[in-house]
Write a protein that binds this ligand. Structure first.
Ligand SMILES: O=C(O)CCC(=O)C(=O)O
Ligand SMILES: [Fe+2]
Length: 318
């Protein structure tokens, strides 16, 4: 798709999928290997501590992953994420800040595309996650673990940051690390909803838009590994449950112009590309790592930092 067609699709529908951005061998395999290593390190520790019955190292990676996380008697998810949780941060809160993740976030082909939407001054927003969804049939007793490990309710990404960022052009990028299908829990979007305003979200286990307030017909968006979804901050979206027998995992990133609020002021940002201040572009993943470690330290002493704008008194949430 050329630039004009791509931007036109985005303006009209509020999202666009671009295929073959990431090469399976050069771009995604190092990331998968990084997570395989992490999984094996954790499995060894958890097995020794009696938290899992086996390390399952003879299984293919995605099945090993599914078995370990669904059998773990342990809060497993935060060990894999590259962002901090929104509550209860301690000096031991795990966060996985690896070079392959940094390389993904600063991938030149991805940033070339991001530049079309955000402009040449590109800041990496701290609202980013790995989502690891075990098969629902294995995972039913673990639903409370994290909202990032189960199906996602309807929302607008603008609805899960603070109002300070309402005018910030925050672009969501979502990319699957395995082919995302209707069976394993791909994303769903309601085309054109970026043209509506911000809709009331209700608090709950997940901050969500109640079904009765959904304007329009959703479509499922199956996507190939190597592709990425570019999505407007007001496009309403959700994801399906994972009914397959393997994990469905994905990364979601956010980019925005430098100098605008992120909507999560307690979390760190870095400059990924800039013509105006090239000297401030972060190219070493250890700088990014240190930013998050410093943030974790700063948040230990604090009461719960504020991330949500909604309260449950809204009439439509009743
Ligand atoms: O992967 C999912 O389940 C939801 C992703 C999402 O909501 C996002 O990336 O903004
Ligand atoms: Fe989202």
């Amino acid at each position: 798709m050329d630039k004009n067609a791509l931007l036109q699709h985005f303006d009209e529908h509020g999202f666009v999928v671009v295929e073959d951005i990431f090469d399976a061998v050069h771009d995604l395999q190092p990331l998968i290997d990084d997570y395989r290593l992490l999984l094996n390190e954790l499995a060894t520790l958890w097995f020794a501590a009696g938290l899992i019955p086996a390390t399952y190292s003879d299984l293919p990676f995605e099945q090993q992953f599914a078995r370990i996380i669904t059998e773990s008697k342990h809060a497993w998810y935060q060990h894999f994420d590259f962002s901090l949780p929104q509550t209860k941060i301690t000096p031991e809160t795990p966060i996985h800040l690896s070079q392959p993740i940094f390389k993904l976030m600063t991938h030149p082909r991805l940033l070339d595309l991001v530049e079309w939407f955000v402009g040449s001054e590109i800041l990496v927003s701290p609202v980013h996650h790995v989502r690891i969804k075990p098969p629902e049939k294995l995972a039913s007793h673990k639903q409370g673990e994290s909202t990032l490990t189960v199906k996602t309710e309807w929302h607008q990404d603008q609805g899960v940051v603070l109002p300070e960022a309402d005018e910030t052009n925050i672009l969501t990028i979502w990319m699957p690390i395995v082919d995302a299908t209707v069976e394993n829990g791909c994303l769903c979007v309601i085309p054109g909803t970026h043209k509506t305003g911000l809709i009331t979200h209700c608090p709950g286990v997940q901050t969500h838009i109640p079904e009765k307030l959904l304007p329009g017909q959703p479509i499922a968006l199956p996507m190939k590994k190597g592709s990425a979804l570019f999505m407007h901050r007001r496009t309403i979206h959700s994801s399906l449950s994972n009914h397959s027998s393997s994990i469905r995992w994905s990364f979601d990133l956010r980019y925005q112009p430098i100098g605008m609020p992120t909507g999560r002021p307690d979390f760190p940002t870095f400059i990924a590309r800039s013509q105006n201040q090239p000297e401030n572009v972060v190219t070493d993943y250890r700088v990014w790592q240190q930013l998050w470690w410093d943030t974790r330290h700063a948040l230990i002493e604090r009461d719960k930092p504020k991330f949500q704008r909604w309260d449950s008194d809204a009439p439509s949430c009743a």
